[in-house]
Design a protein around this ligand. Structure first.
Ligand code: BDP
Length: 504
């Protein structure tokens, strides 16, 4: 196997001025028939040196061993500003040395063909950088903004061969694994044989400017916020998310209900054979891609289909059976907003997932009705099906900064009060057969314009810029309380990174 290239670099506070001698140019790294390029952008291990003299890293020689062995580390996206990503106020204003580390597997040709020149290039590091490669002090650079590089061929080129009992190995692939079981009883969702309660969110892959699209800094920010919130789960509403998202969930112990893009199946004509074949094919693609993620504990084949229709009943039965055949190890569900007496798909799911918007899309303003309506909802469904239930959506549009007491719709007070009413009933039922609650939504997101949308969907507990509304603090208190009641016996102490994976 090609040797790992361990890279650590550190940056320090203010720019002190620099004296650079011009030694030729520095070409931007472009691929060509004779040049290959390997991106080092992405997630790095990170540790800020909080010691009083800010020099512990040097004193203890953190560059000699994997950084995580020196103490707690965080995941840090590169490129990004560490001050903006974390919820830790100490990092917001931190001045001093911070350590970044990345382990890299280089292509065999780079490390074994001694005529290949391997150059390490840092695009920019603010404001003073020292770079170690495999523990060797290789490069120093003062000043941010500008690139610097070093020939590291001699540090990474070693002749190695790998052999198995079947002969030489010609292909290598590393698959992180996690081992856990998932099971469902009449009233419980079990992970590793223990009752699991989903306290989390629904998300969207959405942010300002970028819209939908994968982005490491955004992802790490969102995971920091999930941690801040005490959430242990989310649903990938309403489509499979980027694979990197699931990798993070595996590592951080966030449980996922993985949903396919079966959304908007609202009309009778959608439940035909062509859609059905297509839907089953999509489930195949989702399962094939995501089955190795221990974080994924359940498949959701659709969101709010018109499941009161007979044709929908047959359709959902087929899609669910197909998904179970593809993966017998995981429960399967779809998310419904139909009435318990009318729903034709519910007989086929393992867990009932219910969306309801009491005091939002009807009975506007009547928060006092929620407790009774929600109790009836849960009791009717449970009496009919004797299956565990997740409140898979509930929430209220909230424009950040709108306030009114007594609460009126669209204010932060209304969102909070609505959540509180739901929580009273959830607390009564969660020790019985309700196995989860997922707020709609983690953050505000963009939608088509309509009379019900004020520059998008504003049901986020965070704004689209990831700042908390009042309800986020309410939910935070609740989720940490539930987390502390139901916590698995794992250690969170070891790491600035969560290290609380259920699957470790
Ligand atoms: C639910 C849908 C979700 C919407 C939400 C809403 O599942 O996609 O965004 O309503 O209207 O019914 O906020």
């Amino acid at each position: 196997m090609a040797p790992g290239l361990a890279v650590a670099w550190a940056v320090l506070g203010p720019l002190l001025g620099c004296a650079l001698a011009l030694q030729g140019g520095m070409l931007y790294p472009r691929e060509s028939p004779s040049r290959e390029r390997k991106e080092l952008d992405g997630l790095w291990s990170f540790r800020a040196d909080f010691s009083d003299n800010r020099r512990r890293g040097f004193e203890e020689q953190w560059y000699r061993r994997p950084l995580r062995e020196s103490g707690p580390t965080l995941d840090m996206p590169v490129p990004s500003s560490f001050n903006d990503i974390s919820q830790d106020w100490r990092l917001r204003h931190f001045v001093g040395w911070v350590w970044y580390e990345r382990e890299v597997i280089l292509p065999e040709r780079w490390t074994q063909d001694l005529s290949t020149r391997v150059v390490l290039r840092i695009g920019s590091a603010h404001a003073y950088a020292i770079v170690w490669v495999n523990g060797v002090d290789t490069l120093e650079h003062e000043g941010g903004y500008l690139p610097f590089e070093a020939d590291i061929s001699n540090l990474v080129q070693v002749r190695l061969t790998a052999q198995t009992s079947l002969g030489p190995v010609s292909d290598f692939y590393t698959l992180p694994v996690g081992i856990r079981t998932v099971a469902v009883t009449e009233s419980q969702f079990l992970i590793n044989g223990k009752p699991f309660y989903f306290h989390g969110v629904n998300k969207h892959e959405d942010a300002d400017i970028r819209g939908k699209g994968f982005d490491w800094p955004l992802l790490v920010k969102d995971f920091n916020l999930l941690r801040w919130l005490g959430a242990n789960a989310f649903r990938t509403s309403h489509y499979p998310y980027a694979e990197e998202v699931l990798q993070m969930c595996d590592r951080y112990g966030i449980v996922v209900i993985d949903e396919c893009p079966g959304v908007g199946l609202a009309l009778p004509q959608f439940f035909n054979n062509v859609s059905l074949q297509n839907h089953m094919r999509v489930m195949e693609e989702v399962v094939r891609r995501d089955k190795n993620h221990p974080a994924v504990v359940m498949w959701s084949v659709a969101n709010e289909p018109a499941s009161q229709l007979e044709s929908a009943g047959y359709y959902l039965k087929m899609v669910i059976a197909h998904t179970k055949a593809l993966d017998p190890s995981r429960p399967v569900t779809f998310v419904t907003n139909s009435n318990y007496a009318a729903d034709k798909g519910a007989p086929y799911v393992d867990v009932i997932c219910l969306n309801s918007y009491y005091s939002w899309y009807h009975d506007y303003g009547h928060l006092e009705l929620i407790q009774q309506q929600l109790t009836t909802q849960f009791e009717s469904w449970y009496k009919t099906y004797q299956k565990p239930i997740i409140q898979s959506e509930y929430g209220a549009e909230t424009i950040v900064g709108f306030h009114q007491d007594p609460p009126l719709m669209f204010t932060e007070e209304y969102q909070k009060s609505l959540l509180e009413q739901y929580h009273v009933v959830l607390d009564q039922k969660r020790r019985k057969y309700v196995v989860g609650e997922l707020i709609w939504n983690f953050a505000d997101f963009m939608t088509e314009q309509s009379p019900t949308r004020v520059l998008g969907n504003k049901k986020g507990i965070f704004t689209r810029q990831r700042q908390p509304k009042s309800a986020a603090f309410l939910l935070r208190e609740r989720y940490w309380k539930i987390a502390n009641e139901t916590r698995y016996s794992h250690s969170v102490a070891k790491s600035q990174c969560l290290e609380n994976s259920l699957f470790a």
